[in-house]
Design a protein around this ligand. Structure first.
Ligand code: SAH
Length: 257
């Protein structure tokens, strides 16, 4: 009987992968990997490992979630060691839970290997601590993705008033909406905001502003996904220290964005 591993590959810098994830990659017969997985990590796979790209290619649709679940089950049932490799952590906006469910429903042994999630690591590489003894005692990870035509079930009021730092994923196309919601629900317009694009890679870019100004800044700078939006006083920490720019080893990564 095969075994499936739902594995986090970390946020981009290939050195930010766990030993356990690396061991999974080394022993896998099949790897289904996502767009945000640095391809450099795949060099450690066996020579005859079957690599399946699940992201969107130009003029192609990404493989549907149902198809991915089906492939995971199919290869596991063939007695293979199957690795589902995802950017960051598989359970943070990664649909890892659905894959675990599909595998378990089919009686397949599955193990989850957590990864370093972008919402914490990406700000860190930009000199922003997600918590700070004086500046932030709480943080929330939030999806900024808004399904077309549907209202979100995000509690913006709670996020605006009860949480110190927000790390917002998938929020670039909804940036005006996000800022508006936070301001409407009581967050001060002068609250510092940073946006970090392609964090932890050689292409990392950071722009900063406030809830009131960041939309203009991001537009002017042409900020694109993948990017993390950090809202909160911790953003000011960046100005107090001069961190060395990270030495990401991720030349290939740009093509994946
Ligand atoms: N499971 C992933 C998140 C997947 S959702 C994790 O735990 O990190 C995809 C979103 O993650 C992107 O739209 C972006 O908001 C964020 N993201 C992932 N990698 C990133 C990176 N290197 N730099 C900035 N944002 C990143």
């Amino acid at each position: 009987m095969g075994k499936a591993y739902i594995v986090g590959a970390g946020p981009g810098d290939p050195d930010l992968i766990t030993l356990k994830a690396l061991r999974c990659i080394q022993k896998a017969d099949v790897i289904l990997y996502d767009r945000l997985v640095n391809p450099e990590i795949l060099k450690d796979a066996k020579r005859d490992c079957h690599l399946i790209y699940c992201g969107k290619r130009p003029n192609h649709h990404p493989i549907k979630q149902d198809t991915i679940n089906h492939l995971l089950v199919k290869y596991s049932n063939q007695g293979k060691t199957v690795v589902r490799l995802k950017g960051g952590d598989p359970f943070v906006f990664g649909r890892g839970a659905e894959e675990v469910e599909a595998l378990v429903a089919n009686g397949i042994h599955v193990e989850v290997v957590p990864g370093i999630t972008a919402g914490i690591a990406v700000p860190a590489y930009a000199g922003i601590p997600i918590t700070h003894r004086e500046l932030a005692s709480s943080f929330a990870v939030v999806t900024g993705h808004k399904p077309k035509g549907k209202p979100t079930d995000i509690n913006w009021k709670g996020l605006a008033t009860a949480v110190d730092t927000l790390a917002i994923y998938m929020g670039i196309s909804n940036l005006p909406y996000i800022c508006e919601e936070l301001i409407t629900h009581g967050k001060n317009e002068s609250t510092p905001v940073a946006i970090i694009q392609q964090g932890t890679t050689n292409h990392q870019r950071t722009v900063t502003g406030t809830l009131g100004s960041i939309v203009g800044v991001a537009e002017k700078e042409g900020i694109q996904n993948p990017a993390i939006i950090v809202v909160g006083e911790v953003v000011t920490f960046r100005d107090k220290i001069s961190l060395l720019e990270p030495e990401g080893k991720a030349e290939n990564y740009a093509t994946m964005a």
